[in-house]
Ligand binder design. Structure first.
Ligand code: SIN
Length: 308
């Protein structure tokens, strides 16, 4: 694809590109959004500098990737429930310092996320992305065949329990200066609201048709149909594999930098090396889609006999 309305500078042959020549607050031609989408599908994550995005322009950018989502856990910009505020201060880790794909615990995870730097620490706070499509390609046919046969369960309540989040939520509930939250109540609420979701461990990308690994270390609880011990080992192995530097890029934020990533083709990791400084980002997630593995996009020699 050649780009006529934007400039696209790849960061590596595998993942990441810097986009320039566009003012995200003032896109009038729909063809510009189309070129931004094409750059994203090609490079998995794209970066823009010096974009002091106004909320309405931010929304238009998000809408160009599909339906907008609200997020259950983050506060939002006043009047804009779709623009989540992710802020952090102090020395307690923010929990996004683990490789993950966003919200895979949902039946229809977001396909695209957009992150804007509002306030960055004096140094540090970089974010890394890894291509799960490149990670799958590099596995070789025998391993690919094995993973293509498996489904994976993704589960938010399980992940929150591992991270002791219910206690943190309960302790955070203060009325008249006194804590009143109950740990078990917090957990029950979350379990009721968030049933686990099962997705193929490898999916077909809904736009590019590339095969991409779809398990991650925050939300994937287990691979189904195999012994739990084997599931643990395989998930750990995949989590390590995705981290190979060959599949990844690292972005150093500046004020008003914007990153857009393809959530179905990447994992990301927010480094937490800046405590106790303040870091504030605005995030939007859009284009919820059911992850699928399409037989017609898998080479016949790799299609597992166990799948119909
Ligand atoms: C996220 O994990 O979505 C946030 C990434 C970041 O804060 O850099």
């Amino acid at each position: 694809m050649t780009f006529e309305r934007i400039s696209v500078e790849p960061m590596s042959p595998v993942i990441g590109a810097t986009v320039s020549g566009v003012d995200l607050n003032d896109i009038r031609d729909p063809a510009v959004y189309e070129e931004i989408r094409q750059a994203l599908w090609k490079h998995h994550v794209i970066f823009f500098r010096n974009q002091p995005l106004e909320p309405d322009a931010y929304l238009r950018l998000g809408e160009s990737f599909g339906d907008m989502e609200n997020h259950e856990f983050f506060p939002h910009v006043e009047g804009y429930p779709q623009i989540q505020v992710i802020r952090h201060e102090g020395n307690v880790r923010p929990e996004t310092d683990r490789w993950h794909t966003d919200v895979t615990f949902r039946e229809r995870p977001s396909r695209v996320a957009i992150l804007r730097a509002v306030k960055i620490p004096p140094s540090g706070g970089d974010t890394l992305w890894a291509s799960t499509a490149a990670a799958f390609d590099a596995l070789g046919p025998d391993f690919q065949r094995l993973l293509l046969a498996l489904d994976a369960r993704h589960d938010l309540p399980w992940s929150f329990r591992l991270n002791d989040n219910y206690r943190k939520f309960a302790e955070g509930r203060v009325r008249d200066g006194k804590p009143y939250g109950d740990v078990l109540e917090e957990e029950l609420k979350m379990v009721r609201r968030n049933p686990s979701a099962t997705h193929p461990a490898v999916i077909t990308h809904p736009v590019t048709n590339r095969l991409t690994l779809f398990v991650n270390s925050i939300w994937t609880m287990r691979l189904e149909g195999i012994h739990p011990d084997l599931s643990d080992q395989l998930l750990r192995m995949m989590a390590d594999w995705v981290k190979k530097p060959e599949f990844s890029c690292r972005f150093r934020w500046e004020q008003d930098s914007v990153a857009i990533w393809d959530n179905f083709a990447t994992q990301h990791y927010a480094t937490f090396d800046y405590g106790p400084h303040y870091r504030e980002m605005q995030r939007m997630t859009c284009g919820s889609t059911t992850p699928q593995l399409l037989r017609e996009q898998v080479p016949p020699a790799l299609w597992p006999a166990s799948r119909t």
